[in-house]
Design a protein around this ligand. Sequence first.
Ligand code: ZN
Length: 467
Amino acid sequence: MKKERLQKKRTPWLEVTLTCSIVLLIYIIITFTIDNSIVQNIISANNHQSTIEVTDTDFENIKMTLETSNDSSLSYRLVYPKTEFETFNETVHKYITDAKNNYISNIRKKDDKEGHLNIDCTIYPYKENYYSIVFSKIETYDFSNYDTQVQTYFIDKNNGNMLQLHNILTDNASHFTALSKYVQNQLLQSKELAGKITKDTIVKAASANWKNYSQFAIINNQLVLYFNLTNEQTGEQLQPTVKINIPFINPIMLNEFQSKQKSSKTILTKPKPKPKQSPKKNVKRVALTFDDGPHKTVTKEILKVLDKYDAKATFFMLGNQVKKNKDVLKEVKKRGHEIGNHSYSHKNLTKLKPEQVLLEVKSTNAVIKSVIGEEATVFRPPYGATTDEVDELVKLPVALWTVDTLDWKYRNKNKLLPVVKNSVRNNSIILMHDIHQSTADGLDSVLAYLKKQGYEFVTVSEIIENP
Ligand code: ZN
């Protein structure tokens, strides 16, 4: 009775309002409590209608939302994930909402209301625990110019934590520098950027500053870095990416993020040192050697000729001669020639006892060292007579010769050149003696000839170490 009375008292206006409120309440309850509902129609804060479809994905605990505008003057299509982690969801929500609000406010300023905003989202799993979530946004207000942008998140799927690049790399500044240098080089070589962006801009955009490395994903075992650049002349947007195989950067990543695949070459691999200066292919070399000195006068004359041709030679000295001509040894050394040991008293070593051989070699080294502060670096046995046992005792590289000028036999300055001419070839070791005046006298013509033939004058060690 009471109820009926009340109903009668209502005005039609109140009845309409009440009914509308109940319908709206039911609508709200339905749309917001039934989480499994696939399609929702909502009135957005921007006072227009949109449709939201939520679908499952292949990824644990991630649903994908597709939001499309129902307002033809506000065309947009947005795809974004929903996880069980509030902080991440809020971050995504803010990204989507900001993009949408910015787009709507731009559209509403336009008379023709033309435009479209599209945001797509792709999820890439990495190892057991991580997802790279890559948003790509395309925005246009005239359907001829497009503004595109990439936004990435790298999350731990167990707790929704968002990781930055510095959270997955080692805490080592030199590692980050190595990465930055590598990326700069890749960008500098990029055909997409060639001629559009200055070198300086590229180097700056990829410098070792974490702000430059905020957009990244791991896709198919590659680290993908995204950059936003603008062509300074045309204003054209350029979005180069640099892809780096994870095994290549394993050593600069924390264990947890390293690839199980190994790479022999990594970002920290030092470039191989250049092989020891190998003889230039087109340059012929010859080693001039002078035995049995040093001689008080002849050696000095030979030094003069060598200097004239800027030639370096090797002098195999006898210990007993060094004792007599210490100053000559000093001069030979001073002019940059190689000092060799030729035994102390020029005996045939193959006929000596091991102790005598040692004495011949060691005493010569001792006297050489007493004069110039260092021992001989190479050995030549008298008469070229040696055995494996002698070579073993000497403990110095043993250098014989390939061209014998027989200067000791001819003692004729005009006979030196013909012998050399007949037998010299690349890497020849020429035997002469700096104790015969005829050798000093004939040397100039030999050097002139060899120089003209394109020979480079090197020490005997340079030839035996690098034949
Ligand atoms: Zn000799």
